[in-house]
Ligand binder design. Structure first.
Ligand SMILES: [Zn+2]
Length: 321
């Protein structure tokens, strides 16, 4: 029986606006290749797609539990989605834990995706003995997850960690996807980087930079590539974007004074950590700045999967006590 126990992983699932990724996880390590499918439209189709993914893994593993990381505000006690984001329309009100447990008869934990990523990072980096770990997900938007004394801090109404929607400017300059103006996300996310580049490109001609002609469909990848080819406008946009990312971290540092910030998500790849560290320290009170520790995720976008899987493993051992 012991041998069987050792090979029972949890399945971690990361449900995003465009894709659903899943992998079997044991002791914070991904087993085999993660699988990925496009996110279908509508809650019923999403639930069906998740169930199909689970079945495909059951051919290979005896699953001990299933952890699901999803966008939205999650009541982690009931496993219900209580607040949806624009990325998953109609998702609010889905009793996800209940539905998946009923179909699979396997224990399920549902967590906000940024929280799951934070937990995954903390587990994989042995940071659970730290006082405060702040994990920022830089992608199309900005997510945040907070661990205090090794435990996720979810707030009084499950909404803590929405750091991307803290305001960093006045004047209603940029509308955020949440409906508010001048959120950190409207500047420091991928969308923000593109908006900053477009602002700088105004009034320039294609002779000055090829980015002018790309402006209507500009992507972060194009900006980063142009900067690498010494395009001055792209370099300027990237520099301002670093400043925007830095400001949000400065605000969090003064509130939390964490042991460490970990940056994850697709856009963490575009961060010049030396430059960012310098910008953050420059803008912090001395006592806060001198202990600044900003690290890059090493989980390659899989932190949410690892975290979700570890959360259900923890919940199962907690219940067994
Ligand atoms: Zn916002």
């Amino acid at each position: 029986m012991d041998a069987l126990k050792i090979t029972m992983p949890a399945l971690g699932i990361d449900l995003g606006g465009t894709k659903i990724r899943a992998a079997a996880v044991l002791d914070n390590k991904i087993l085999g290749e993660p699988r990925q499918i496009p996110t279908p439209n509508g809650p019923e189709n999403i639930v069906r797609a998740i169930l199909d993914l689970i079945i495909s893994f059951q051919g290979q593993y005896i699953l001990k539990g299933i952890g699901i990381a999803t966008a939205g505000i999650i009541n982690t006690e009931t496993g219900e989605v209580i607040g949806a984001t624009g990325n998953l329309p109609g998702w609010s009100g889905t009793p996800l834990k209940l539905v998946i447990e009923k179909s699979t008869l396997i224990p399920v934990h549902v967590e906000n995706d940024a929280n799951a990523a934070a937990f995954g990072e903390a587990c994989a980096r042995n940071l659970r003995d730290k006082q405060c770990v702040c994990v920022i997900t830089l992608g199309t938007g900005i997510g945040g997850g907070l661990l205090i004394d090794g435990k996720l801090f979810r707030g009084a109404h499950w909404g803590a960690g929405e750091v991307g929607h803290s305001r960093i400017s006045l004047g209603n300059k940029r509308l955020c996807t949440c409906g508010l103006f001048d959120c950190w996300e409207a500047y420091g996310s991928g969308r923000g980087m593109v908006a900053t580049a477009r602002d700088i490109l105004q009034g320039l001609t294609p002779g000055q930079t090829p980015l002018v002609e790309m402006a209507p469909e500009l992507t972060t990848r194009q900006i980063v590539q142009a900067a690498q080819k010494n395009d001055i406008v792209a370099q300027r946009a990237l520099n301002v974007w670093h400043e925007h990312v830095a400001i949000g971290i400065v605000n969090l540092a003064h509130i939390l004074d964490p042991d460490v910030f970990v940056l994850t998500g697709g856009l963490a790849e575009c961060v010049d950590f030396e430059l960012l560290h310098e910008m953050v320290v420059d803008r912090c009170m001395v006592r806060i700045g001198e202990n600044m520790n900003i690290q890059k995720s090493e989980l390659d976008g899989l932190a949410g999967i690892v975290g979700a899987a570890q959360l259900i493993m923890d919940a199962i051992s907690e219940r067994a006590k």
